[in-house]
Ligand binder design. Structure first.
Ligand code: MG
Length: 157
């Protein structure tokens, strides 16, 4: 059993869609970034890469490469899962924490769970998505950005 951790944070700005865990969320602000800036999937990608000892998301998808501009992060996770598969590794489970003061995510967490389970090729009951605020503290508490943490375990197929 191999375990990997991932962390990411993106800034909230006007004029961008908000996509979290592969799900579009209704919000006046979206996350800024080179791809669709899906902070949740980016953390999951890094967790998978970490468990597989394959480096980090910035090495695989540099923001200097126009190929990844505005790309859906679901494509990035599919690629990372295939890289782990080439090493004979498959996900067992995923646990995610989304740290956001706004917006409230509610049932969208279940949609994210289903999307990410499909991308990892595992049952939704092996995926958990949690959300928390920072109680108004720090930049995230002021609504300036959203962060995510992820832990993935992989094992040999
Ligand atoms: Mg990122």
């Amino acid at each position: 059993m191999l375990v990997g951790i991932g962390y990411d944070v993106h800034r909230l700005v006007k004029g961008r869609r908000l996509v979290l865990g592969g799900v579009e969320i209704d919000s006046p602000l979206g996350l800024d970034g080179h791809s669709d800036a899906d902070v949740v999937i980016h953390a999951v990608c890094d967790a998978v890469l970490g468990a597989a000892a394959l480096g980090d998301i910035g090495e695989h998808f540099p923001d200097s490469d126009p190929k990844w501009k505005n790309v859906s992060s679901k494509v990035l996770l599919e690629h990372v899962v295939s890289l782990a598969g080439e090493k004979g590794l498959k996900a067992n489970n995923l646990d995610v924490v989304i740290i956001a003061q706004v917006p409230k995510l509610g049932r969208k967490k279940l949609e994210m769970r289903d999307v990410m389970a499909r991308l990892l090729g595992i049952s939704p009951d092996r995926v958990n998505v949690k959300a928390t605020t920072t109680e108004g503290l720090d930049d995230i508490g002021e609504g300036k950005g959203i962060a995510a943490q992820a832990v993935v375990s992989l094992s040999g197929v």
